[in-house]
Design a protein around this ligand. Structure first.
Ligand SMILES: [Zn+2]
Length: 165
């Protein structure tokens, strides 16, 4: 446990602990893109799954974003820039065939781990050739947690929908 919790927010740590408990071994803070560089909070490089845990304040969570009154414009621009960067990161990764999973820091860690586990399991089955996977002509999966919706929900393009609990 000693090296768990040294990096990452409480939300990241909670998800990492849950993945670890399930025997899912991820890379921490893996550089998934260069120029400009992007680091995913958790990564399954072989399955090309990149996971981000977005802070409610920094990424403008619809439920918990608070807009400071002091220097309001500064913070607004900062948060908007973060969100633009998130979208850009998603697009760049998707173009390279990655699955992107984003969670809010307020999200239940077990729920997040369920979603991650489903995707890792599916990707592994596909890699073994024992599950129907995307063909070369189909679009790659992109999963994003709700950025604009209040309730936990996944919007998924491509492979079948992941359930939420
Ligand atoms: Zn939130």
């Amino acid at each position: 446990m000693s090296n768990i919790g040294q990096t990452g927010t409480a939300a990241e740590v909670a998800i990492r602990r849950e993945l670890f408990r399930r025997g899912l071994r991820y890379r921490e803070d893996f550089k998934v893109l260069t120029k400009p560089r992007r680091v995913a909070d958790m990564t399954f490089p072989r399955q090309r799954i990149a996971i981000f845990v977005d802070g409610c304040f920094w990424h403008g969570c619809p439920d918990h974003a608070t807009w400071p009154k002091r220097n309001a414009e500064f913070w607004r621009q900062k948060i908007k820039a973060n969100r633009r960067r998130d979208v850009n990161t998603n697009l760049r990764l998707r173009e390279l065939g990655w699955t992107v999973l984003r969670f809010w820091e307020h999200e239940d860690a077990k729920h997040a781990a369920n979603v991650i586990e489903q995707h890792v399991t599916m990707a592994r089955l596909r890699q073994r050739g024992s599950a129907p996977g995307p063909t070369t002509t189909s679009k790659r999966t992109t999963v994003r947690t709700w950025l604009h919706q209040k309730r936990p929900m996944l919007c998924e393009i491509g492979v079948g929908a992941a359930s939420h609990m």
